[in-house]
Design a protein around this ligand. Structure first.
Ligand SMILES: [Zn+2]
Length: 73
């Protein structure tokens, strides 16, 4: 993966990438794992790649993280 989103798009994702539906389905668990310091990427492969390439899901991810860290404080 480069830091250039356009290049990433041309090259495609590094590994398996989830669809938006799958992403949405696993997002809760992913954020939970991230929050508890577990290896969320190993647990749900393709999630990170999808979040990088999908602004809509990345936004959901952001707000869920904000929600979780507010709740746990
Ligand atoms: Zn998506």
């Amino acid at each position: 993966m480069s830091d250039n989103p356009l290049l990433d798009k041309l090259l495609g994702p590094d590994g398996p990438e989830l669809t938006c539906d799958e992403c949405f389905e696993h997002l809760d668990r992913y954020v939970e794992l991230e929050h508890t310091g577990r290896d969320a990427d190993a647990a749900i492969p393709g999630m990170r790649a999808h979040l990088r390439g999908c602004p809509a899901c990345a936004e959901d991810h952001e707000s869920l993280i904000a929600l979780v860290s507010r709740e746990r404080r």
